[in-house]
Design a protein around this ligand. Sequence first.
Ligand code: IPM
Ligand code: MN
Length: 355
Amino acid sequence: MVFNIALLKGDGIGPEIVDSAVKVLDAVGEKYGHKFNFTPYDIGGVAIDKHGIPLPQETVEGCLASDSVLLGAVGGPKWDTLPGNMRPEKALLGIRAAMNLFTNLRPAKLYPALKGECPLRDDIVENGFDIMIVRELTGGIYFGERGMREGKYGEEAYDTESYSRMEIERIVRVAFATARKRRKKLTSIDKANVLETSRLWRKIVHEISAEYPDVECSDMLVDNAAMQLVRNPAQFDVIVTSNMFGDILSDEASQITGSIGMLPSASLCESTRGLYEPIHGSAPDITGQNKANPIATILSAAMMLLYSFNLAEESEAIVSAVDKVLEAGYRTADLAHGAPALSTEEITNQIIEFI
Ligand code: IPM
Ligand code: MN
């Protein structure tokens, strides 16, 4: 089969890690008889430098015309002082909205080979953990009205969170369906003791839970959830939560896996077209040094094969190659504690060996 993939390499280590994932996809294509065509488009800081805006129209059109999108990372110190709507990060929000990517899947699991990297006590992670965070991605406070105004105490900034029934229902349904395919346990995380949006969220979760009697569903307040994630991460199977809570909790979940360099993500809509990216950022401090861990991006490509192209076996080939590389003891610098580490290219080639 032939698949057309838009590449948004972005800034910092983005180009290096996307190139790694492309090599891995090419290897998979060769082995299983698929052809992946790649078309690069500018996004983030590079787009600001070249086109004067973080998300050019041709990038949006290219993504919408593709079968799926692979993204590296955006942002860096060079663009940090630009006004909010000109920042590279704005492009990420823009492309998510333009593609209607309301579902963000962020799996966080403990690799047995990386147990030593987990900052939690041994007895806490004895049995590992395997969590799927389902984050709402195109609503809430990241997309609400914001601005500056004169307030009671003078200069004042404001952001607003709103969620419609439609937006909550569709993400909650995705989460229940996801839980049904896993260990059938869903935790909905909110702040219903304070926020009106959370109270509507919780009410809708309860309504929809009647459609999924086989899925055990419970609510948890977000402050408690942040604590439970480090107290007993194994209690979670699928988590569903709002845009901002999901952003924060997924970073926390990534750290207990050992390295943020390991976590992929899939952003999905109603069609099979998705956007796949590592959850980490552009790491300007190690850019261009062939040092970045490409695994999160490579695993994002594996998620693309599964969710966008329905190529389960091919996807699993990547996942198991990554497992084998870790089990064989190969590590990039983020996981090597100063010991000699493999470069981005070397670990990519090792993964390809196992494919
Ligand atoms: C993420 C990032 C983005 C987000 C930023 C860069 C806009 O932190 O993908 O988690 O908050 O969604
Ligand atoms: Mn984030």
